[in-house]
Structures are given as structure tokens and as C-alpha cells.
Write a protein that binds this ligand. Structure first.
Ligand code: F6P
Length: 366
């Protein structure tokens, strides 16, 4: 019976537990044996009780749990060859030759690299006498399937990553709370939101909350934006608006790639518009807590698809990443999606903002 490992890696995201639950139960339904690898790559490197066989009832109630119950870690050891050798040994000791990884682009790149090195890692372990050739029989191919779990929604090739709508919901709720106090005092608030180098959370929160102005990394404001922002806010105030909300993505930059700081935006609002202004950094409340309905559904459907992808893999196939495009669950080659995502980030570094927008577009260019 095929043994399938599931792990969560990188920053936790609401919906990861739903993904693990779906992989565990779909694996069992298909006659396979699921294993949870605790603490991400750290657990893979350590082995022992970090790799645990999972049963149907082990994931009961997981859909409504926040974070990741099997833990996650940012693991430096797995970036070293000795760490990947230890990981390979632990998989062979458990008879696992298929790994479903739910994480961001860094975690998925690590998984693909592991797969590329796989038979070589086994040969080295056999040579060192740590495993036997017989133990590797039937396991000379490693199947990797990626699922994108991240609140940032920063992967090209998919419309949504697991967790992004929960985080967006949380941001909207927080801004609603801020709205009432801002309205009471007729104040301005600069709200800093997460997203790393991606402006999706900030932009969509701006739309969903009716913000006055939004700063995102992909479309830095033109020089002299201070006046533009103030003119817009003045216009809104002249129409009778008693509150002002400006959303700043944590990765927001200007056209010279300098960070746009919430403190600077606040100073501009205070000095130029004489607005009583406060800053709210939402921080990790955006990432913790239970998953919204969409993320539970996405995680479940993608977990099912990930197991299907493992079972239909042919030798030599590229590793897939599970996507959702125009409301349909699908697969695209993992490394092409990662490379296109990274190319978008490179465009920003080279001040090619139009290029970044094109690559960040969900249109996947195979
Ligand atoms: O990638 C998810 C994310 O929450 C980003 O939005 C943020 O920049 C980062 O992780 C924060 O990481 P940490 O929890 O390690 O501070």
C-alpha cells in the first residue's frame, strides 16, 4: 500500500488543517497509508516520532482549527545536503515515497530540489551503509505535490492560496472596528497589513473596506504622491466623510524602491491635512484563527486533488502544484509557477513595475 506523507511548511495559514485532513482521509479512501510529518522540514530531518501514521479519526474537527496542528518551522538544515540526506533516510525508513507539501514558494522549491536529488540521495545513503538497496526497492522515484498555503496570495498560476481569504476577512473585520472609532473622532488611520512582497491583501482590503488610499509594492505611487493622496482625502472629506483609512502593504515601496513607512504617511496626513492620525499594525491577527468557509472548501478540494495527483503520477513527470483557476481546481508544473512568481519579484527589483503586474497576473505562462 502506498504511503503518502503530508507536511505544512513556512508561515502557517488558516486552512492548512483542512488540507491535512483532506489528504489524510482521501489517502485512506484510496487504500493508501497517510503519514503526517510534524514541524515541516525540521520533522523530516529529525524523523522518529515526528513522522506519524495518521488515521481517519486523527483529523476529526480539524476543519475549524486555526494555524497548523502538525506544526511548521523555517528549517535551515534542509537547505544543506546532510539535512536532505537525513530526510531521505527517514522517508525510506517509513516506506514513504510521496510527499504533499503545503506551504509557500520557498517550501515548494525545497521539495522540488529534494525530488531532483532523490535517487542520488538514496545511493549515497546505501554507500554509507545507512540504508540497504532492498529498502529502496520500489521507492526510486519520489513524488512531490505542492499545495500553496499562504495568506499572501503571492503565487502565480492560481487565483487563490489557502489562507488568503481568511486573512482578508480578518483585515476587513479589523478595519470595520477601526472605522467606528475613526468616525467618532473624525480621525485618520494608517493601517499596515501583511503580504510580504505582494500587495493582494492590501489592495483587496482597500476595495472591500472602501479605503481612501492604498499602497502596494507592485504599483508604487508616482513622485509627489503625497499631494495626490491629500487631494483625494480632501475631496472625500468635502463630501462629508468623517473618517479616513489609508492601507499600507508591509512591502509597499516608492518608485525608487524605498519603503513607504506608515509613520511617514501619518506625518503627511497630520502636517498637510491637519488630521488627527493614528497607526494600526494588524500583525499576526491576520494569520491566526479559524479559516473562513472559502479556505476550508479550497483546502479540502485541493487536498483531494493532491492525492489524485500522487496516484496518477508517471515516472519523469514534473512535480505539480495544485491550483484554482476560474473556480476550477487544477494543476500546473510546480517549478514553472515558482519561477514565474520569482520573476515578478525580480521585475520589481529592476523597477519594471509593468512587468511585475503582468507576471503577477494569474494568467500562467507555461
Ligand atoms: O508569508 C506570510 C507572512 O505572514 C507574511 O505576510 C509576513 O511578511 C511574514 O509571513 C511574517 O513572518 P513571521 O511570522 O515569521 O514574522
Amino acid at each position: 500500500r502506498k504511503k503518502i506523507g503530508i507536511m505544512t511548511s513556512g508561515g502557517d495559514a488558516p486552512g492548512m488543517n483542512g488540507a491535512v485532513r483532506a489528504v489524510v482521509r482521501m489517502s485512506i479512501a484510496k487504500g493508501c497509508i497517510p503519514y503526517a510529518i510534524y514541524e515541516g522540514y525540521e520533522g523530516l530531518v529529525k524523523g522518529g516520532d515526528k513522522i506519524k501514521r495518521m488515521h481517519w479519526e486523527d483529523v476529526r474537527g480539524w476543519l475549524s482549527e486555526g494555524g497548523t496542528l502538525i506544526g511548521t518551522a523555517r528549517c535551515a538544515e534542509f537547505r544543506e545536503r546532510w539535512g536532505r540526506l537525513a530526510g531521505a533516510k527517514n522517508l525510506i525508513l517509513n516506506g514513504i515515497d510521496a510527499l504533499i507539501v503545503c506551504g509557500g514558494d520557498g517550501s515548494l522549491t525545497g521539495a522540488d530540489r529534494f525530488r531532483a536529488e532523490w535517487p542520488g540521495l538514496l545511493d549515497e545513503l546505501i554507500e554509507k551503509g545507512e540504508i540497504t538497496a532492498e529498502m529502496c526497492d520500489g521507492h526510486r522515484e519520489l513524488n512531490i505535490v505542492g499545495m500553496v498555503g499562504s495568506i499572501d496570495n503571492d503565487m502565480t498560476g492560481t487565483d487563490a492560496t489557502i489562507g488568503c481569504y481568511s486573512s482578508l476577512t480578518r483585515i476587513c473585520q479589523a478595519v470595520d472596528f477601526i472605522d467606528s472609532t475613526a468616525y467618532s473622532h473624525s480621525r485618520a488611520f494608517v493601517v499596515e497589513v501583511m503580504g510580504r512582497h505582494c500587495g493582494w491583501l492590501a489592495l483587496m482590503a482597500g476595495v472591500a473596506c472602501g479605503a481612501d488610499f492604498v499602497f502596494i509594492p507592485e504599483k508604487p505611487p508616482v513622485e509627489g504622491w503625497e499631494d495626490e493622496m491629500c487631494d483625494i482625502i480632501k475631496k472625500h472629506r468635502a463630501l462629508g466623510k468623517r473618517k479616513t483609512i489609508v492601507i499600507v502593504a508591509e512591502g509597499a515601496i516608492d518608485r525608487n524602491l524605498n519603503e513607504i513607512k506608515a509613520t511617514y504617511v501619518k506625518d503627511v496626513l497630520c502636517e498637510k491635512l491637519k488630521l488627527d492620525t493614528r497607526i494600526t499594525t494588524l500583525g499576526h491577527v491576520q494569520r491566526g484563527g479559524t479559516a473562513c468557509a472559502y479556505d476550508r472548501m479550497l483546502a479540502t478540494l485541493q487536498g483531494v486533488e493532491a492525492v489524485e495527483a500522487v496516484l496518477s503520477a508517471q515516472p519523469g513527470d514534473e512535480s505539480p502544484v495544485i491550483t484554482i483557476t476560474e473556480n476550477k481546481i487544477g494543476r500546473v508544473p510546480l517549478m514553472s509557477a515558482v519561477k514565474q512568481t520569482q520573476a515578478g519579484a525580480e521585475c520589481i527589483k529592476k523597477k519594471d513595475f509593468d512587468g511585475a503586474m503582468r507576471l503577477r497576473d494569474r494568467e500562467f505562462e507555461e
